[in-house]
Structure formats: C-alpha cells, structure tokens
Design a protein around this ligand. Structure first.
Ligand code: ASP
Length: 464
C-alpha cells in the first residue's frame, strides 16, 4: 500500500493507511500495546488491540525499530482526546506491523534533549543523535537557510560555481591541511581555506556574479564557534563598490532571516568604523541587543568598516589585518604604492557582526597588479617571493581584470544565530569532537605502510 505521511492522517479518518517510520514509545499494557510512531512529518499514537492480527509482532518490537504499519485511522472518543498533543484527536488502530529494521536499545534517550549527553557518545552515535528533535530541527533549519540564500542569489543573476578542493597552499592566514600527491612524491596539495583566489579568477573569467556554498578547511585550534571545517556562503561580484556588495548581502540576510520568522533589531544595518567600535565596545565584534532582545531571539546586525589594512607582527614586520587581496580606500592607494604611512592605510574591508560574533567579512579587491604587488612589498616580500606566491594572480590581472569585490558569510554562525545554539557542532550533521576526531568514522588514523610507500612518505616518529 502507498505510504501516508503522519501529518496527513488527520484528513484520513475512517480510512485504512500504511505509515512508515520509527517507534518512539511503546507501552505494553498486557492485552493491548500502545505506540507513538514518528516519521519526518510528525508523530501519531497507534494501538494494537487484543484481537489485532498485529498483537504478536507488537509485543516483539521496541523503541527505535523502523516499521511499516497498516491500520485504520480512527477519531478518538471524546474522553481520550488530547488537544494539546499533535494528532491528539486521532489514533491508528494497528492491523499489521512489518519490522523494517530492528533496533538494539539506544545508548542514550533520543527523544529527550541530547545536549546533556556526553559529546563523545553523541558523536560516536551521531546517526541516532540526528533522530533527536533538536538535531532534526537544527539540520532542517540549516537546509532551509541555504535554500533561501540560493533562491535570493539566483533571482539576482548569481551563478553557482564549484572551485577545486585540491588546491595550492595559500598565504591567507591559517594553517593549511595538506594532501600528499602520489604522482609527485614529496609534493602536496592544500585543502582550501577559502575559495578566495579562484573566485577572483572567476571574475577575470567574466562570470560577474559568483556564489558557492563553499567548504573551508583550516587547521585551527578548535573552539565552540570554530571547527576544522566550516561552510561559507561565498560571493564575488564584478563592477561593484563597497556599497553594492554590502547592500546585496544586507538584503539577503534581511529576507532570509525574516522569512524564517526572525526579528531584526535595526534596518538598514548600522555602520560603524573600526576606530569607533574599538573606542565604544573595545572590540570589532559587539552585541547591540538589550537583555530582553537576547531572550526573544532578536538579531542585531551591524557593519564594521574602515579597518586598518596592516598591523605589526610580533617580530616587527607588517602583515595584513584581513585579506591581502583587498584594495585600500582610493585616498590611500598612493601611500601603499610608495610604502608610506603604512599604519594609517585604510582598507575597503567590511565585516558583518551579528549578536556579538563576526558572521561575515569581505572586501573590494586590488585588481591592479601594481597595487597587489605593493601590498606584498609592504609585507617584506621580494619580487621573486611575490611571483612565486601570487604570480598567477598578477598574471591574470594583466588581462582586463574587472574591478571586483566580495564577501563570505559563515553558514554555521548564521544558523547558530537563527536557532539560538551556542556551538557550531549543534548545526553540523557530522562535526568533529573537540579533540579533532571525526564523528562516527575513525579519523585521523595511521596509514598502512603500503599507502605511505606509494606516497613516498616516511613517518619520523609515531605519535599515536
Ligand atoms: N575569503 C575571505 C574569508 O574567507 C572572505 C572574503 O573576503 O571574501 O574570510
């Protein structure tokens, strides 16, 4: 028989139906067995009556079995109606149960809030944790967020383009994850920290409006709001200035958040200079919500602009504050080219802050090779180093590069804001543990000798 979704049962009173899902609750009352059965759409109560042909199977099943159940949808007698409960006016009289997948007793209570369960256990059995109401909700909200972002961008002429996962180690900031090359022993790819250079090359390639739901991989210290892998809504646009990019993103965040039932504190988003933010809040991320707004889940966005381009490293050299590919404000281009007033050069960078965390950041880029060269010279690179590191970008920009700029927004952080979760791991299907172990599967782990030999790799000292 065709499958009926549980949410549709209330329209099928008096009919015989087959539902498929999991047993949430089973109460064996001796003669009768009661069940709560759930599928992706909802939960319903079912009962196997004493004379039901299903009574024997009903006694053998248990929580978290996956089952197909055929029965009649009945209106509950007045005294049994539970108006508070989903499907509280109906009950499924069970005539047949087919066990599709038996279940051992789960290692933790799935229908409760699994947040209190030891995280290592949750992640080892993540597929069970994902059945919990909280994770079902979070992962579905994440999917809806991405869908709405895509819709917004497609409507505005953006093209979704994938960029390589095996790429070159880049001078962009964090530590790279590297992948050995079998064909070129002793040589390595890096997993992308962001698609920064490829998206700029797509602008040179005439794509004009790019986006990608891009996986970014950085070998960083793990924290609640930071994992090795995260996902960005990555965007790049040609023939734009700062305002164009900021307005596009602001429009997107407003539409997406409001369509998902959130309230935004202030529109248009306030803009504040880095200097003022530091003076007023002591940081470039700040929370504009009142205590009451924190409780009610209001989203307080703000832009931070006018960042210094460079800062001093511990060993006294200059380095970029955000992104080496950025463009200084027009008034400071000459300073950059001449290597003057380095500490005062302001970059065309914009960061999006929401409820105290940085949820995105981007910039207008230096599409003139001379400006990009000047940035790297400030950072102490010789022309030879520079050609080695970014020679391909300098080369590309010789061929009619359009002015361009972009931004990247953290998907996890946006979904954390929407769901009110405090940890990135609550909005990822298979996050890593705090110690960098993969969920369910066993990585990292040593390679077999044969694999190492093929890669020409010898392990110096076994640290496992
Ligand atoms: N690539 C930058 C990042 O990952 C964002 C951008 O400037 O577009 O932070």
């Amino acid at each position: 028989m065709e499958r009926t979704l549980i949410k549709d049962l209330k329209n099928k009173i008096g009919e015989s139906v087959t539902i498929k899902g999991w047993i949430s609750v089973r109460r064996d009352q001796g003669k009768m067995v009661f069940f709560d059965i759930r599928d992706r759409s909802g939960t319903v109560q079912g009962v196997a009556l004493p004379k039901s042909p299903a009574i024997d199977v009903a006694k053998e099943t248990n929580r978290e079995f996956s089952v197909a159940i055929t029965g009649n949808v009945n209106q509950r007698p007045e005294k049994n109606i539970d108006a508070e409960k989903e499907n509280g006016t109906i009950e499924l009289e069970i005539l047949e149960i087919t066990v599709l997948g038996a279940s051992e007793t789960p290692p933790f209570e799935i229908l409760g809030d699994t947040i209190g369960i030891d995280e290592e256990v949750r992640l080892k059995y993540r597929y069970l944790d994902l059945r919990s109401p909280r994770m079902q909700r979070n992962i579905r909200i994440r999917s809806e967020f991405v869908q709405r972002v895509r819709e917004y961008l497609f409507e505005r002429g953006f093209v979704e383009i994938e960029t390589p996962i095996l790429t070159e180690s880049t001078p962009e900031g964090s530590r790279d994850f590297v992948v050995p090359s079998r064909l070129n022993p002793g040589q390595f790819y890096a997993l992308p920290q962001s698609p920064q250079q490829y998206k700029q090359l797509l602008m040179v390639g005439g794509m004009e409006r790019y986006f990608q739901i891009a996986r970014c991989i950085r070998d960083e210290d793990l924290r609640a709001d930071r994992g090795f892998e995260h996902t960005q809504v990555d965007i790049e646009m040609s023939f734009v200035d700062m305002n164009d990019v900021m307005e596009t993103i602001e429009g997107m965040m407003i539409l997406v958040a409001e369509s998902m039932g959130k309230t935004i504190k202030e529109k248009p988003f306030p803009r504040i200079s880095y200097k003022d933010a530091m003076e007023k809040y002591g940081a470039d991320k700040f929370d504009l919500r009142t205590d009451e707004e924190k409780v009610t889940g209001v989203l307080a966005y703000a832009w931070v602009v006018n960042f210094p381009f460079f800062e001093k490293t511990d060993d006294g050299k200059w380095t970029f504050t955000h992104n080496p590919f950025s463009m200084p404000i027009p008034e400071h281009v000459e300073w950059l080219k001449n290597g003057e007033h380095i500490e005062d050069i302001v970059t065309q960078q914009y960061d999006l802050v929401c409820n105290g965390v940085e949820t995105g950041g981007g910039s207008i880029r230096a599409h003139d090779p001379e400006i990009l060269r000047a940035t790297y010279r400030v950072m102490g690179m010789t022309d030879a180093d520079l050609d080695e590191r970014i020679g391909h970008m300098l080369e590309a920009f010789k061929f009619g590069a359009p002015p361009h700029g972009g931004i990247a927004l953290g998907v996890e952080r946006a979904v954390m804001n929407i769901t009110g979760e405090d940890s990135l791991r609550e909005v990822q299907a298979f996050p890593m543990t705090r110690r960098g172990q993969t969920a369910v599967m066993n990585a990292p782990k040593p390679l077999e000798k044969k694999q190492l030999d093929e890669l020409g790799i010898e392990i110096k000292k076994k640290t496992v």
